[in-house]
Design a protein around this ligand. Structure first.
Ligand code: ZN
Length: 286
């Protein structure tokens, strides 16, 4: 016999979306929740609403006024805050540059691999340093061979197909430190490795989700061809913003549909659920 479930409070959610305000600004009855974590403050408040009967917490990755550059985002606080509201599955839409001619602006790609070229970011919750409350996390090594949730990827791909936007199934996202864009030489080199797209926020976001046994799915919207894949002047921020704005309604549609396709929290059957695989993190997960 199962326990009767308490009706979820307005500040609880089981799915998280890390993206811009364009994804939740059209929802009715959104509850703003300020969350503090042992790892500091998240990028902003979390905004909790409902999509297709599912409770979803939205977190503007760069802050609602977009004041945080990619290397200043507190990725640890963001993931910890989501989990503390009950979130167990996360979707992370992001803007990327295409590294192949065929991945031009407007391409939607659901990556299956990641290459870390960041330089200064803290990549683990479990770094052996004491937290403000005196607890000290143990050292933990999680598997990251497949950085994205298989179930979440399938949901994202099916959702895109359902909206007549055939997404690219797989490819490696290389994550650079930023905030500058790549040089032509870097871009040519990234493309020569066979990597598909380049972004600035995909890491350590996916890894930190894994460390908290959260499912994580990336949805990468190509806003420009990267410097080495195009013949023109190179990427500009203006170009990126304009292309993202052009596609945000469409992307929101896919995102909401993907949310409705995710399994209930208690019915996850993917490997993410046991990511700690017997490791004792030394701290209680929220
Ligand atoms: Zn999963």
């Amino acid at each position: 016999m199962t326990e009767p479930q308490a009706f979820p409070s307005a500040s609880q959610a089981d799915i998280g979306v890390i993206g811009g305000s364009g994804f939740y600004s059209f929802l009715e009855d959104v509850t703003e929740v300020a969350v503090q974590t042992p790892y500091g403050d998240p990028s902003d408040s979390l905004f909790v609403g409902e999509i297709a009967g599912r409770r979803v917490a939205f977190l503007p990755r760069h802050g609602r006024d977009h004041h945080l550059p990619p290397h200043r985002i507190n990725y640890r606080a963001n993931l910890w805050a989501l989990r503390s509201l009950g979130v167990r599955q996360v979707i992370g839409p992001c803007a990327v540059g295409g590294l192949r001619q065929e991945y031009g602006p407007g391409t939607l790609l659901v990556p299956d691999q990641l290459v870390d070229r960041t330089k200064s970011r803290v990549q683990t919750f479990y770094d052996g340093e004491p937290l403000p409350d005196g607890r000290t996390p143990n050292v933990v090594h999680v598997s990251f061979a497949d950085p994205y949730c298989a179930t979440g990827r399938a949901a994202a791909l099916a959702a895109a197909r359902g909206q007549d936007w055939e997404a690219v199934d797989g490819g490696a996202m290389v994550v650079i430190e930023g905030p500058r864009f790549s040089t032509r030489a870097e871009s040519v080199w990234h493309a020569a490795q066979g990597w598909a797209v380049v972004g600035m926020t995909g890491h350590p976001e996916a890894l930190l989700a894994r460390e908290l046994e959260l499912c994580y799915t990336s949805m990468a919207l190509v806003t420009d061809l990267d410097a080495g894949a195009e013949a023109g002047e190179g990427v500009s921020h203006k170009e990126v913003l304009a292309e993202f704005a052009k596609n945000v309604d469409r992307l929101r549609g896919v995102l909401f549909d993907a949310v409705s396709r995710l399994p209930e929290t208690g019915e996850r059957s993917c490997a993410c659920v046991d990511a700690l695989d017997g490791w004792d993190p030394g701290v209680e997960l929220p």
